[in-house]
Design a binder for this molecule. Structure first.
Ligand SMILES: Cc1ncc(C[n+]2csc(CCOP(=O)(O)OP(=O)(O)O)c2C)c(N)n1
Length: 641
């Protein structure tokens, strides 16, 4: 199945580029949509990947490439997880079986991959800013390209989207924003904007309220509180129904819609008209995430992405039961369950997620303590400052954010949390290589960017037991902000004791005493050391192993000891070598004038593409083989002399 590629339908087969699509008659487009949808379902059912979002924009994708002269006209996809149809129509159909695989094509639009990918993406809410930049450059260059950004209602909750619209409305640049409203983020979309869009789009609003509303409001004057509440809802709905898109108008955009995003002919006609309208404009389309595949329409969060094969009719999983060594629960679940246990004991604990309740396993907390749990939308900056506000009033805020997305909120960490010494706990998921999502999602920089900040504890557990104990310790400690990083994937499967234990801050532990070489590991990557030892022990080499737990504060006592006892130290981490854990050890040892060599294993100073985590660890030399090699080179005579 490795190389399985579905057979394209009779029209899709001949579409090598959008120019071929544009040769077809408008009344053939529906068939292209059907064939494209079948192709995506067939392909993802075998190889996995993002799913629901691409199915939801099939008609839009076909209509856009039909009307716009891509690649001359620029098409930008927000987040980019919905661009499979786009990729298939733009010359990558025959490579699509390599999607998200090591050395294969990327699961996201990528400038280096195709001239049709106008902008590289993976994080959300960037499309309008980038499109505006391109529109302004077009005007400066005096060319006549069109610029179109497609953004979901989830991505629209990100502040950047509004910063961009605010700017675009003032610059009056010619560009089209298409708001793909499916009422979903990965989980159900949240927030006041979602309500606003729902008010615009619900049939109830359109068919009933619009006609009756003014009369009704007249009668409500002088009514009681309950009636006034109803009245104010109706008023909002009325505003939305009568002047849909007033929010976008206020930002300087002409608003069109809402339009059925699954009617390719309607879309084609609207796009044809809008192509001729000048200035910033927004087309609001309504779609269904997972459209055309019943299980994905029903369970939209589950079908946001699929990692294992499934039956392309029933959706039933075809994954084989794993035969490998016993594994523990995912780290994210260890976090999610421990948080509920801690929150049950400490009523000050609150939890925050920027739109990732499933990805961060926050649902147990949200279900058990809904009043203390907050999904704030795709809004990492706000998530951090919101946590700071909660902490300022004595709440113990656990902010669960992926490493890669926390990059967005660096200033908030410094300015709003750390300078004010607020003891927010950052639970940093997907630290290290993200795997198939690739460079936009790898979490490689958090240790470096957080270690540079004073009053910040930076820690990583080696296993699920340590994660629980670190969370407990952080929940009890109020003198500094605390970052706990852990990777995507399963924990070790060890027996975990009940309850929690205090974990001394800034202290590591000796796992094995050895000779000559000591390996100092930071986080779960340290579990590879055991595998490497199987090989090395057979060669008669016996390095020591230390689980350091903290990149800041460093366990300097332990470092002094190992620097004295061993000739060679090797640090290993699942993050960039520049300024990371190994760097911290190096700074300390150099200043102290330690008499031992130091090798830093970590991610080199280059962009590492996508693949499985294991493939990527091996590529950069932090897998078991890399450790073996590093130990052997320490022991080579040339190294010693
Ligand atoms: C800055 C950032 N935070 C979180 C995510 C994770 N994420 C990927 S897709 C997605 C939901 C996007 O929803 P929407 O834009 O409505 O697109 P849909 O999947 O519904 O088509 C989220 C939260 C991200 N990609 N970028």
């Amino acid at each position: 199945m490795e190389d399985y590629l579905p057979t394209p339908g009779p029209l899709l087969k001949d579409i090598k580029t959008p120019a071929d699509l544009r040769k077809l008659k408008p009344n053939q487009l529906q068939q292209v949509c059907d064939e494209l949808r079948d192709f995506i379902i067939d392909l993802v059912s075998v190889h996995g990947g993002h799913f629901g979002a691409s199915l939801g924009v099939v008609e839009l994708t076909v209509a856009l490439h039909y009307i716009y002269q891509t690649p001359k006209d620029l098409l930008l996809w927000d987040v980019g997880h919905q661009a499979y149809g786009h990729k298939i129509l733009t010359g990558r159909r025959d490579q699509f079986h390599t999607n998200r695989r090591y050395k294969g094509i990327s699961g996201f639009p990528k400038r280096s991959e195709s001239e049709y990918d106008a902008f590289g993406v993976g994080h959300s809410s960037t499309s309008i800013s980038a499109a505006l930049g391109m529109a302004v450059a077009r005007d400066l260059n005096q060319t006549d390209k069109k610029v179109v950004a497609v953004i979901g209602d989830g991505a629209m909750t990100g502040g950047m989207a509004f910063e961009a619209m605010n700017n675009a409305g003032a610059l009056k640049s010619d560009m089209l924003v298409i708001l793909n409203d499916n009422n979903m983020s990965i989980d159900p979309n949240v927030g006041a904007l979602k309500e606003y869009l729902a008010d615009i789009t619900t049939t109830k609003t359109f068919n009933k309220m619009r006609d009756e509303i003014y009369d009704l409001l007249g009668h409500l004057k002088g009514a009681g509180t309950a009636m006034r509440k109803v009245g104010s809802r109706l008023e909002k709905a009325a505003m939305a129904a009568i002047t849909p898109g007033s929010l976008f108008h206020a930002l300087g955009f002409k608003y069109y819609g809402p339009v059925d995003g699954h009617n390719v002919e309607t879309l084609r006609r609207h796009l044809e008209d809008l192509r001729e309208v000048k200035g910033p404009k927004l087309l609001h389309i309504v779609t269904v995430k997972g459209k055309g595949f019943a299980p994905a329409e029903r369970e939209q969060t589950k079908w946001h992405a699929q990692s294992s094969p499934f039956d392309k009719i029933t959706g039933k999983s075809l994954a084989k039961p794993s035969s490998g060594p016993k594994k523990g629960p995912k780290y994210q679940d260890v976090f999610g369950d421990a948080l509920v246990e801690l929150a049950a004991k400490n009523e000050n604990i609150v939890a925050i997620t920027p739109a990732m309740p499933s990805g961060s396993s926050l649902w147990p907390m949200m279900n058990t303590f809904p009043e203390r749990s907050f999904d704030v939308g795709i809004a990492e900056q706000h998530a951090v400052t919101f946590a700071a506000g909660l902490a300022a009033e004595g709440k113990k805020a656990f902010s669960a954010i992926y490493s890669t997305f926390l990059q967005r909120a660096y200033d908030q960490v410094i300015h709003d949390v750390v300078i004010q010494k607020l003891p927010v706990v950052f639970c940093i998921d997907r630290a290290g290589f993200a795997g198939a999502d690739g460079p936009t999602h790898h979490g490689l920089y958090d240790v470096s960017y957080l270690r540079a900040i004073p009053n910040m504890i930076v820690s990583s557990p080696m296993n699920e037991q340590e994660l629980r104990d670190m969370m407990y310790t952080a929940s009890e400690y109020n003198e500094a902000a605390w970052a706990i990083r852990y990777p995507r994937g399963n924990s070790t499967g060890m027996d975990v004791r009940e309850g929690f234990q205090w974990m001394e801050i800034g202290k590591g532990r000796e796992i094995r005493k050895g000779e000559g070489v000591a390996i100092l590991s930071f986080g779960p990557i340290g579990n590879y050391v055991t595998e490497a030892f199987d090989v090395l022990d057979a060669e008669g080499v016996r390095p020591g192993h230390y689980d350091m737990r903290y990149a800041k504060p460093l366990d300097t006592e332990l470092l002094d000891r190992v620097a004295a006892e061993y000739d060679h130290l090797i640090t290993i981490e699942d993050g960039t070598r520049l300024g990371g854990f190994g760097s911290a050890v190096s700074e300390y040892l150099m200043q102290r004038g330690a008499d031992c060599s130091l090798t830093i294993l970590g991610i080199p100073d280059r962009i590492v593409e996508h693949g499985t985590q294991r493939e990527l660890h091996d590529e950069v030399g932090i897998g078991p083989d890399g450790i073996v090699q590093a130990v052997r080179s320490c022991l080579e005579p040339s190294f010693r002399s």
